[in-house]
Ligand binder design. Sequence first.
Ligand SMILES: [Zn+2]
Length: 228
Amino acid sequence: MMRIVLDAGHGGKDVGAVGNGLREKDLTLTIVKHIGRMLGEYEGVEVHYTRTDDRYLSLEERAAIANKLKADYFVSVHINAGGGTGFESYVYNGNVSAKTVAYQNVIHAEIMKAIGNVRDRGKKRANFAVLRKTKMAALLTENLFIDNASDAAKLKSEQFLLQIAHGHVQGIVKAFGLKKRAAASQTKTATTAKEKLYRVQVGAFADRKNAERLVEELKKKGYPAIIV
Ligand SMILES: [Zn+2]
């Protein structure tokens, strides 16, 4: 079982970057929730979040959540600002495992594939607190620029946010060799729901005509009656 912690950047009093009517803290939460839901289609993965609503968490708290869970991977999702365009990803610029770099290579490539015609700003390294303080392999993604009009127009599209999430998921799936759940286990919920349907018998008749008469009567009253 692979355990992943998804970290929606910012939150609560920390709105993150703002621009073009968008707030970083909202976008990161939406994307992270999409990633988590999509990962639910795969087996062998346990998804955790640092936050699932609009709340403030310090960078130390975010790392502590992942460390306490002994997570295998930590992904922090952000939106860029400061005049630029495109996508970039980060790992810690100190000592990192070979895995950390390998995962970044795979996930970065899958995100670029998923988001289409967006400038690739490259795979970078930086001394970001969540990357430094997390004990497991960790990645931070900067998904376009909120203060760039054309990037912001993309970020306003729900479809584009799904594409960003899809890229993260494809990358994580590839990096960790996750397999889609079998169709049988995906439909399990539906089957279980069906099994909990109760049938009500209204009458038993030797003459089919009497049964048909009762069905007509029930249908007139709005009941979906059938003859068994
Ligand atoms: Zn940020």
